[in-house]
Design a binder for this molecule. Structure first.
Ligand code: AMP
Ligand code: ZN
Length: 116
């Protein structure tokens, strides 16, 4: 279900151009336009869910798929050994700026803990 006012729905629909690193029937992976690490990907479900807070029990297989695709992409980019970070910002106070659920996958530099 495409939402014309949602940036990531528009990327899913192909009306905003993006470089797809991976695509399957449930999600796609693009490079973040404002990378916070040498590798910064976004795993985006095709289905519009506003945030993790919107996910229901029926979405559990999708959530697992998004994480596994993130892991695969990080490995494909050569970061399996050195490590990578998967992040889901939920809510404006946690840094969410696009209200279509997505998983950030970051790698290629030392990542501090706790995150800012
Ligand atoms: P969040 O702040 O967690 O909602 O993450 C949204 C991310 O989307 C940010 O890291 C942005 O840099 C990224 N972003 C925004 N517009 C685009 C775009 N057109 N293509 C790729 N990434 C984008
Ligand atoms: Zn959307």
């Amino acid at each position: 279900m495409g939402n014309e006012s949602c940036l990531f729905c528009r990327i899913v629909a192909g009306t905003i151009p993006a470089e797809f690193v991976h695509q399957d029937e449930r999600c796609l992976v693009i490079r973040d336009i404002n990378p916070q690490a040498p590798m910064h990907m976004l795993v985006i479900p095709r289905e519009h869910l506003e945030s993790l807070d919107d996910a229901a029990q029926k979405d559990e297989p999708l959530l697992g798929h998004l994480l596994r695709v993130g892991a695969r992409v990080a490995n494909d980019e050569g970061h399996g050994e050195s490590g990578y970070r998967t992040v889901i910002n939920t809510g404006a106070g946690a840094g969410q700026s696009v209200f279509h659920l997505h998983v950030h996958v970051l790698a290629g530099r030392a990542l501090n803990w706790p995150p800012g």
